[in-house]
Structure formats: structure tokens, C-alpha cells
Design a protein around this ligand. Structure first.
Ligand code: GLN
Length: 543
């Protein structure tokens, strides 16, 4: 293996956009015709983010092979198109549980098991695993330098830098250059301190990415270089942007890719960034107006919970050459306020994924409004389940239709599946099993029914989409569903699990059991999102 390693750390404060920086660097290296992989190491003790609250941690990004990962992996995929794998994401919780399991098996032959070398070895093994012909592996370390939890990772990458050799390893550090108005200056001190912190664990950064709201004047660049022991050309500005898709172009203008390639002694021809220029143009200056989409969810106190969803809608906007305004609505408001006051005039309504009873009735009211007023409607995962419940209750004659996810009485037309097929293999789960990693996760095939809207939108007979749910619509109630006017236009290959539902009597009314937003890219918008935005465009010409 001749893969080169790029380690990305962050300092000063969190939320500077390390994930985006890594993703954008990945896309630039691809533009130079290199093959990349991106990886994320998260220093928290959860085994994976699957059990973490979306309003604390943001969205859980699901990979094709069924791993529940950090939302940064979504950025990686959206910028590079490389499908992330289970082996691209790890947490301290996972590392420790593996090491402790090994210790219990007696694999350490009586040795005292310690952070160094056992935890650091496990981290290094993670970084090196499952790579073949990649030219670059970009590894992002979560958190900020100086966090106690991050220390084993820094020690591991320090060691690895020596082991693979400095010619094959590069340390990039992302910091903040705040502009202090009263002084009229960009301040370099936090960056100096952050680099000092890294030096104290034995890492000299090779390139500094400085997040700033303006260009860095030459004298400041010089000063940072001097204090941080870095050539001035390797002090790169990471400028604030109007759209995240401008980041690759900006980085290139700042010479970031040139410096990375120069570090590795690789030739740097002018890369072709036409795709990114086109995306930026469409995202910032769309020529066909604007549409407003209401997202009726319950995790809206942290919009990162819907990261991929918001991006996928914007990709639909890129495809349709329109600006997409998102109106975020907490579904609980519909428990005491009229839906009309919030939803009147929007051009599309989307009910996203979710867990638990809270807010569900509000979502059902929003769905009813979309159905009756013939407003384009898109239900995703939980949103699809509520779509079927709404129709079953109001049109199918099952007035007490509910989901077994909710406690209480009623006819559970959405129920817990304990067995299902993955390919030819039977997957099982216990009814009262633990919550972590026990959902139907990852990519599953879906057969599309000819003559349906879904079939027309996708333009093929079978698709693969990613799942993350425990419950399924139960087709034993097919008669009531038919009475309610629902058509299941996508099913699992064995015909048991409904994957897509639609209403032929409505201009655009589709619910999907999977998460199409996870596969949408700015350069390849997901067909369902493009089509939904197209329908919203039509709606906007009506209202
Ligand atoms: N709570 C639902 C289930 O587990 C839906 C999950 C989701 O929307 N991702 O089936």
C-alpha cells in the first residue's frame, strides 16, 4: 500500500468546519485525478452516534453497509461521491469496546492493557485498515486540540506519521483567526496557542488552515508562519462562504491543493473545477425563481439534525435552477395552532424521519393538509409511516390506525418487524433487544412498480436506498390502504415490505421508507428531490 495520509485536526473552537475542509480537500485531490478515502475519528464514548440525540449530536449518517456514523461522513460523500464504509468511522467507545473484548478473550497474553500502546495501536489499525489503491486517506480527528478525550488520537497519528514516514504523512491544523473590530485587526494569538498545544504532544503542523471572514494580509501570514514554524505559503485562508459548495474553489484560489501536492512532491497541474463552478453558480444565482418548502419535524432546535435533508433539497434546487427556502416548523405547534396559518402558501411540505410519539399527531395534520390541498408532499421514513396512518384513518376506515412505536391502543398498521431478508440472508432482532445498532440499517433493494410515478421518476425497475428504522408498514391491511387510495409503488424484492407509497389522485404525494437524502450529491441531485422541487415550482406558479 502506498497510500499517503493527511491528518486533519482542529483548534481554538469547535464548529470551524473541519469536516467540510476535509471533504473539500478530498474533492480537490480528485480534481487532480487522485483516488481518495475520508475517515473520521470521534473521541466520545458512545460506540456509535446511533443512540445519540439528534438535537445534541445532529444527524446520524448511514452508510451503504449499514454503519451509523457522524454527519461529517455525509459531507465527505457529498463532496467526493465516494461511498463511505463502516471502516471509515470510529469512536473511542468502539475502540475501547474492541480492546476490552480482546482483553477478555485473553488475546493480550497477560500484558497490562494500557492507553499506550493498546488503544493507540487500535487507532492506528483503524486508520490503516481497508485501504487498497487509494492515493490519499484523509483522516479527521473530531473535537479540538487540548481536549482530554482527543489525546490518544493525537498520540496515534504522531506515531503513525513516523511509522509511514513524513514523506507519506501530512498534518493539517484548522484554527480561527478572529477579526477584532475595535483593533481593526485579525488576531493570530489563538492560532499560536493552538499550535503550541499540538507541539506539546509532538505534532508540528505542516499546513495551517485559518478560518477567517476576510483575506489574510501578507504581514499577518508572515507572522503566523514565523510563530508557528511554517512557511508562509502554507498558511492558507479558509474564508467564510455564502454556500458550502464554494469551499473547493476558494481553497484552490488560496493555493491549498498546490501546497498539499508540493508537500508530497507531486506535480500539480491546473485541476478542472468546472463542476464546482457550475454548482456555485446555480446555488447562489438561480435563474428560475424560488420555492418555499416546509419541513415539519421535531428536532428543529438543532438544524444539523436534518443536514443531509436540507442539502438534498438544495440539490433539487440546483437541478431545477431555483432557490429553495426552507421553512422549519415544529410539528408540536399543530397541537394547539391551526395548520393553515403555518402552511398556507408554501410550495411543498416535507415530513422527515423521526422517533417516538411526540409531535406525531402534528405531522399527521400537516400531511392531511398537503393531501387535501393538493400541495406537493414528501414523507421520509417516519414521515412515510405517518402518511399511511393519515390515509388509513381518514380514508381507509381504520379510525384508530397507529404505529406500535407509540404506546397505547389502536390498530397498529405500522409494526415492529423482527425478521426480514437481506439478500438471501435472514436478519433477526429481538422484540425487547437493545437499541444500539438493531434497526434495519443500510442499503436495501427496492422494486419499482411499472406505471407508477416513482417508476417514472427513477426511470428504472430497481433501486438501492439506505434505511434506518425499526418499524414497517404492515401490508396485511392492504384492503384498507387500497380503499384509502394509496398505491405501493416500491416494495422489497420479496414483496413483503412497502418501500414507496404514492397517491395517483394527487400531483405529487410520495412517501418513502428509506432515506433518499443520504445519497443526494450537488453534482448528482437525487431524482426524488429534483422531481419534488420541480413539483414545487409548478405549485409556485399556481399560488
Ligand atoms: N421511528 C421510525 C422507525 O423506527 C422511523 C425511523 C426514521 O424515521 N428514521 O421505524
Amino acid at each position: 500500500m502506498t497510500t499517503r495520509f493527511i491528518f486533519v485536526t482542529g483548534g481554538v473552537v469547535s464548529s470551524l468546519g473541519k469536516g467540510l475542509a476535509s471533504a473539500a480537500l478530498g474533492s480537490l485531490l480528485q480534481a487532480h485525478n487522485y483516488k481518495v478515502r475520508l475517515r473520521k475519528m470521534d473521541p466520545y464514548l458512545n460506540v456509535d452516534p446511533g443512540t445519540m440525540s439528534p438535537t445534541q449530536h445532529g444527524e446520524v449518517f448511514v452508510t451503504d453497509d449499514g454503519a451509523e456514523t457522524d454527519l461529517d461522513l455525509g459531507h465527505y460523500e457529498r463532496f467526493t461521491g465516494v461511498s463511505a464504509r463502516r471502516t471509515d468511522s470510529v469512536t473511542t467507545g468502539r475502540i475501547y469496546s474492541n480492546v476490552i473484548a480482546k482483553e477478555r478473550r485473553g488475546d493480550y497474553l497477560g500484558a497490562t492493557v494500557q492507553v499506550i500502546p493498546h488503544i493507540t495501536d487500535a487507532i492506528k489499525a483503524f486508520i490503516l485498515a481497508d485501504l487498497t489503491d487509494e492515493d490519499f486517506c484523509i483522516c479527521e480527528i473530531g473535537g479540538t486540540v487540548g481536549d482530554i478525550e482527543g489525546l490518544p488520537y493525537l498520540e496515534a497519528i504522531r506515531q503513525l506519521g513516523n511509522e509511514v514516514g513524513r514523506a507519506r504523512s501530512l498534518f493539517i491544523h484548522l484554527t480561527l483567526l478572529p477579526y477584532i473590530k475595535t483593533a481593526g485587526e485579525l488576531k493570530t494569538k489563538p492560532t499560536q496557542h493552538s499550535v503550541k498545544e499540538l507541539l506539546s504532544v509532538g505534532i508540528q503542523p505542516d499546513i495551517l488552515l485559518c478560518r477567517t471572514d476576510r483575506e489574510i494580509p501578507d504581514n499577518e501570514r508572515h507572522k503566523i508562519g514565523l510563530f508557528c514554524n511554517i512557511p508562509q505559503d502554507r498558511v492558507i485562508a479558509a474564508l467564510d462562504v455564502d454556500t458550502i459548495y464554494r469551499v473547493p474553489v476558494n481553497y484552490h484560489n488560496q493555493g491549498f491543493d498546490r501546497e498539499v501536492l508540493r508537500y508530497f512532491n507531486l506535480p500539480a497541474q491546473e485541476p478542472n473545477l468546472d463542476t464546482w463552478h457550475h454548482i456555485v453558480e446555480r446555488a447562489t444565482d438561480p435563474k428560475e425563481g424560488a420555492v418555499t418548502i416546509a419541513i415539519v419535524g421535531k428536532y428543529i432546535s438543532l438544524l444539523d439534525s436534518y443536514k443531509s435533508l436540507a442539502e438534498a433539497l438544495h440539490h433539487g434546487g440546483i437541478a431545477g435552477n431555483v432557490r429553495v427556502h426552507i421553512k422549519w416548523i415544529d410539528s408540536e405547534v399543530f397541537e394547539h395552532e391551526d395548520v393553515v396559518t403555518h402552511l398556507e402558501g408554501v410550495h411543498g411540505i416535507l415530513v422527515p424521519g423521526g422517533f417516538g410519539m411526540r409531535g406525531a399527531e402534528g405531522k399527521i395534520k400537516a400531511i392531511q393538509f398537503a393531501r387535501e390541498r393538493k400541495i406537493p408532499y414528501f414523507g421520509i421514513c417516519f414521515g412515510m409511516q405517518m402518511t399511511v396512518i393519515e390515509s388509513a384513518r381518514n380514508l381507509g376506515g381504520i379510525e384508530d390506525a397507529t404505529s406500535s412505536e407509540f404506546e397505547g391502543k389502536g390498530t397498529a398498521i405500522v409494526g415492529l418487524m423482527t425478521e426480514w431478508l437481506k439478500g438471501s440472508q435472514l436478519e433477526k432482532r429481538a422484540k425487547d433487544g437493545s437499541l444500539g445498532g438493531t434497526m434495519r440499517l443500510g442499503s436495501y433493494p427496492c422494486h419499482l412498480t411499472k406505471g407508477t410515478q416513482a417508476h417514472k421518476i427513477y426511470g428504472c425497475d430497481e433501486v438501492q436506498e439506505r434505511h434506518r428504522h425499526r418499524y414497517e408498514v404492515n401490508l396485511n391491511h392492504q384492503e384498507a390502504f387500497t380503499r384509502a387510495g394509496l398505491v405501493f409503488s416500491g416494495l422489497s424484492p420479496d414483496g413483503i415490505l412497502p418501500e414507496i407509497v404514492e397517491r395517483p389522485d394527487h400531483p405529487w404525494f410520495i412517501g418513502v421508507q428509506f432515506h433518499p437524502e443520504l445519497k443526494s450529491k450537488p453534482f448528482a441531485p437525487h431524482p426524488l428531490f429534483s422531481s419534488f422541487i420541480e413539483a414545487a415550482k409548478k405549485q409556485s406558479s399556481l399560488v
